[in-house]
Write a protein that binds this ligand. Sequence first.
Ligand code: NAD
Length: 490
Amino acid sequence: MTLLPEGKLYIDGKLRDATGGGKFEDINPWTGEVIAYAADGTVEDMEEAIVAARRAFDESDWSTNSAKRVELVRKLAEVMKANREKLLEIAIKEGGAAMGACNVAIVDGPLNFFEPLFDVYNTIEWEKAMPDKEVWGSTHRRILVKEPAGVVGAIIPWNVPLYITVGKVIPALLAGCTVILKPAPDTPLMSTIIGEFAAEAGFPAGVIQVVSGKDPALLGEMLVTDPRVDVISFTGSTGVGRRIMEKGAPTLKRLFLELGGKSASIIFEDTPNFAEAVGQQIVCYHAGQGCATLTRLLVPESRYAEAVMVLEHAYAAYGQMWGKAEDPTNFMGPLISERQRQRVLGYIESGIKEGARLLAGGKVPTDKGNGFFVEPTCFVDVTNDMTIAQEEIFGPVLVVIPFKDEEDAIRIANDSEYGLSGGVTSGDEARALRVAKRIRTGTVGVNGGMSIDVDLPFGGYKQSGLGKEWGVEGFEEYLETKAIGIRVQA
Ligand code: NAD
């Protein structure tokens, strides 16, 4: 098999190997084979990246020259769009994405986000006059000024790396920050290629760094603990988010955390197209490796048997519509790694042990070679206290839970340590909206409505995180607000 080009570090304006020349294997989840090698960044490399980012922030005009920032980010967008084919190849071969999924959030979505992000950027009020005020016998003119927050350490996961890079790095750069991007070890190339694009676009040295590494924690922890890094923008698991909070405490690090989810979709008995709505709930997109995926399906007891029957047919009909990389009708490929597959299989085993009924899937397919596949899986007769209803599986597993009435549905949806997303479906929009407002999550779709978009803030309640990505709030994560009072001379 032909290998993809090697992933290089991008530090202080230079594309280069890791100090000492270390590399690590990048595995193709469809086959289990090595697809490329990436630079195994060292402590020395990260130190150099932090120094460069600090210098570019403190000593260059990056933080003050907004016209230059817009011009270069526009150039970066052009370079990225011109390289769509390369990005697709990486998303498929490194990330395990199926072509149907690439067309949406994995590649084409992020490429199309630039223009709407510029629109959001243009709404930022950089300076705001507050009313004059009389204090101690004199008049004070007051203004609020937005300023870039400084050096940003962007630590990202493997599931949708390009989407998250655009969501973090572009607002941070436009805000005037300098950035060090640290990819997950499973998907280094989707970040190292951003270094190549930044070099091609002509970014000044130090404005963007990309430092990949084999160890999942080493380089990220350097960013979290270093006093020269002002902001950590992290997307990943709740467990690592907690550790980052702990490790960031001594330097009182400013943290933005996008964490895990276990989101519920409530389908009420009065939904006119009940069977269609239930049948659409199969968890298949990118093999369920999505933070906001609706993985708990809540259906009314009064129509429970019907819902189970619909799902049984839907899963049977789904049959072989997954697992083919190049097929644009396929949304589901393998899991990212053997480790992740074992984790998912462990949850399936726990579901069976705890008494849930396996309605579909649950096994490793025998016809798909050595890729890290697990069949689309559905558990019914689940109670919300089971492990499979409480913990984030991050695989193609749906759990179905019956509810008694509206209050019970709200109670079950909210009985979770997570609070990322949700869905409410009903024939009565006012009822669905009333329930949506009581769900303790950062986004909720009503009757299939899209609550996630570039101009809408996205982020978790409870242990799904702190802060927001996208929307004007997504820019605020990279801005400080300064209040200035001017005593007006009499
Ligand atoms: P992870 O938490 O294991 O790793 C995320 C990143 O953190 C990786 O780059 C990893 O190398 C790094 N890391 C690991 N240990 C670290 C440490 N001690 N200090 C600093 N950095 C460290 O997550 P993952 O397995 O890569 O991704 C899956 C998780 O991401 C899921 O929980 C999913 O819900 C979450 N996620 C959340 C969102 C969101 O927007 N809320 C989006 C996508 C994924």
